[in-house]
Design a protein around this ligand. Structure first.
Ligand code: SF4
Length: 460
């Protein structure tokens, strides 16, 4: 019993968070920045923050995450971090030679009130940014929002710093990827290619955080959206923002700055959200959906039809990031499952409203909560009060799964104790097939484990 102190009785809490269902803003900014080609993320704060953010990403992606830090000491904490940041910019371009340094702040630099925009401008004015190189920034105070907010802020900064309108429209569609795995970003590009649509996908961590082992260390792998691509996003026909929480801010900024219209969509997770993505891409580009994509959908429908009896009426608890949970809940409902407990540590009023709309009359009494007090303790208490057949979420769910003996499928961020997420997508129709396989695997393993000898079946 690892969480043996979790009480069954739920008490109203106003300020206390126990085992948060989120992590800190700069991690998101760091991950987004790695989705620009040749970019070195830079943490403006103490070394400890940067070490934690790097290790969180390294453990999830199983890749060495490179990032630099302003290395605040007691002196910079009192007098401000301007000197440290300017020195860092000079050192980084001289020694590590990235194309871009993407600066994000931390609790410390935000609390002392460093004006990072002004400091970056001073670095440029002082000639610390070589010709053809870039220094960009975003603010990521970690005492508000979550890693999702940090990701959204850095993605918006990409538009702010780079996108421009020349007045000449280009026959391409922007797709703002949202926080998904490199494998999902690769899958979105594959779908667009199969549909014959030219897209600018940003951020894009494919071929950065899933780069092949070649025996040779490359400081800046070949992947990532390029600066010319980000610039050209201002001339695109249209923008699809995938995931309102992570991508809408950047899409709005692009519309305001360059006049590129956008629509916000859910991440293409599950059948209905993928349908909407494919339809929106086809409309934006003015192309027909090719047979190859329709066939993928057909195969997904076939699996659902064949295995429906294993999904029917199963109760599910899920937790994680809002942009994942919204389409995932919709997918579970489509499978005739019953999502009864849903928790996200990321704040935002839209979340519960959307989830309730999806659940409708199917699961009207579901427990749904997000924000600071929507934590793993609350999820565990809900499960103790109403047990479930399946738990879906990141690695932190393994303690609850073990204590309550629940089949557990790892999904979301972070996954620290399994592999596969970087290489096999959960987006699109094929991604939905992978999710089905994983869910069915744990449900059927459980049935095998718990069957009496006389009802233990070879063919299920
Ligand atoms: S101090 Fe703030 S930015 Fe640094 S690791 Fe903690 S929460 Fe994150």
């Amino acid at each position: 019993m690892l969480l043996k102190h979790t009480p069954v009785e739920i008490k109203e809490r106003k300020a206390l968070t126990v085992n948060p269902a989120k992590t800190c803003q700069p991690i998101g900014a760091m991950y987004a920045a790695l989705g620009i080609h040749g970019c070195l993320p830079h943490s403006h704060g103490s070394q400890g923050c940067c070490a934690y953010h790097r290790s969180a990403l390294t453990r999830h992606y199983k890749e060495p995450i490179m990032a630099s830090t302003s290395s605040f000491t007691e002196g910079s904490s009192v007098f401000g971090g301007q000197a440290n940041l300017i020195q860092a910019v000079d050192n980084i371009f001289t020694i590590y030679n990235p194309d871009i340094i993407a600066v994000h702040t931390t609790c410390l630099s935000e609390t002392i009130g460093d004006d990072v925009n002004q400091i970056c401008q001073k670095a440029r004015d002082d000639g610390k940014v070589p010709e053809g190189k870039y220094l960009i920034h975003t603010n990521t105070p970690s005492y508000v929002g979550s890693h999702i907010t940090g990701f959204a802020n850095m993605t918006k900064s990409m538009v702010k710093y780079f996108s421009e309108s020349t007045g000449e429209e280009i026959n391409q569609v922007n797709v703002i990827s949202g926080w998904v795995e490199p494998s999902d970003m690769r899958e979105i590009k594959r779908i667009a290619k199969d549909m014959g649509v030219k897209i600018v996908l940003f951020p894009d961590t494919s071929d950065v955080l899933d780069a092949p082992q070649t025996g040779k260390h490359v400081f800046y792998p070949k992947g990532g959206v390029t600066v010319p691509e980000l610039k050209s996003a201002g001339d695109s026909k249209f923008t699809l923002a995938l995931g309102r929480f992570t991508s809408e801010a950047a899409a709005k900024e692009l519309e305001n700055k360059c006049g590129v219209k956008y629509t916000s969509l859910d991440l293409p997770i599950g059948i209905s959200a993928t349908d909407r993505f494919i339809a929106a891409l086809s409309k934006a580009a003015g192309v027909k959906v090719p047979d190859i994509i329709s066939a993928e959908r057909g195969r997904l429908v076939d699996i659902i039809t064949d295995m429906q009896q294993y999904f029917y009426n199963k109760k599910v608890a899920l937790f994680g990031d809002p942009d994942h949970l919204i389409p995932l809940t919709e997918f579970l409902v489509a499978l005739d499952m019953r999502p009864v407990h849903i928790v996200s540590g990321t704040p935002g009023k839209e979340f519960e409203k959307r989830i309730r709309e999806i659940l409708g009359d199917t699961v009207p009494d579901a427990n749904v909560k997000n924000g600071a007090t929507a934590d793993m303790l609350l999820l565990h208490q809900w499960i103790k009060n109403e047990p479930v057949d399946l738990l879906l979420g990141n690695t932190y769910g393994k303690y609850i799964a073990r204590d309550e003996d629940i089949p557990f499928v790892r999904m979301g961020f972070p996954i620290l104790d399994r592999i596969g997420h970087s290489y096999f997508p959960i987006t699109g129709y094929t991604g939905a097939m992978r999710m089905l396989e994983k869910i069915l695997g744990v449900l059927m393993d459980r049935q095998d484990r718990d069957s009496l000898e006389e009802s233990f079946e070879l063919v299920m």
